[in-house]
Design a protein around this ligand. Sequence first.
Ligand code: TRP
Length: 329
Amino acid sequence: MKQRVFSGIKPTGHLTFGHYSTAGKWPALAEQYDCIYCVVDLHAVTVTLEPQVLRQDTRELYATYLALGLDPEKNILFLQSHVPAHSELSWLLSCHTMFGELSRMTQFKDKSKNNANNINAGLFTYPVLMAADILLYDAKIVPVGEDQKQHVEIARDICLRFNGKFGDVFTVPEPQIAKTGARVMNLLEPEKKMSKTDDNDNATIFIMDERDTIIKKIKRAVTDSDGGVRFDPENKPGVANLMTIYSVATGKTFDEIEKEFDGKGYGIFKPAVAEAVADCLEPVRLKIRGYLDDTARLDAYMRDGAERANAIAVKTLERVRNAMGFYKC
Ligand code: TRP
């Protein structure tokens, strides 16, 4: 049996060129592992969201995953709110999670600071729901960014505590922090990762951006006064990032890129990057539109994903209920 990978993404904001880059690994990942991708809409409502925005962002995220080439036959792609077991297991796990350990979560502390007028209980128990996501599917591997490592670690702690009390009910998960592959950085502050929730839209290339917008953003991207196209992330982070982006868009290596732009300045390099990015994102954007315009097809994929996820989740939940001693008749 293949090991299972579980990955969750919040339906807030639009996906970026960084996600486009990650999507390149999906086919190989699907060969090696049993992959489950979850649109975590229940996590999204820990911050204030207009209902129509949640609905729209959820559909767009799902459509984007499909358009990026995630094969819904070889993977499971579903919405968290379509599988009730997430909420139920979250409650059960919350009774095995300590107030003290949740209080130490750095994301909770940061979010409370930024959301001072809405520090709700969901924000506090967010990691418990995330633990439920992971444990429901016996996921062994959870690929996350550095910022989510602490949440996977608490999921692991909850899991070990639960197993210690009730027997080996859950598979013990591990965080996997991507070390290989392209890291696409913020266009204006190339020391930071490109993020879908940055305050400044100009720092991020969105998959849904039109050609003109992409050209404008790359034109404004930070470079340096040295003028040469060389891969030196230490001293030339902005140029290194544009080279990474160009490499993802064209498949060219850094060596090839350096040769291509040898003796040429950023005035030649930047428009080439912009054109390459616009060319590779355009078909994806059109596919996303296609899915969004065909609700019947999109809904059918969502229903199928939910059904397959649910079939796994209810079995785990049954194991948990039995282990904990819930009366069955
Ligand atoms: N908290 C994650 C984030 O903000 C999203 C998430 C929810 C997740 N449940 C998950 C990620 C389970 C991995 C596994 O990025």
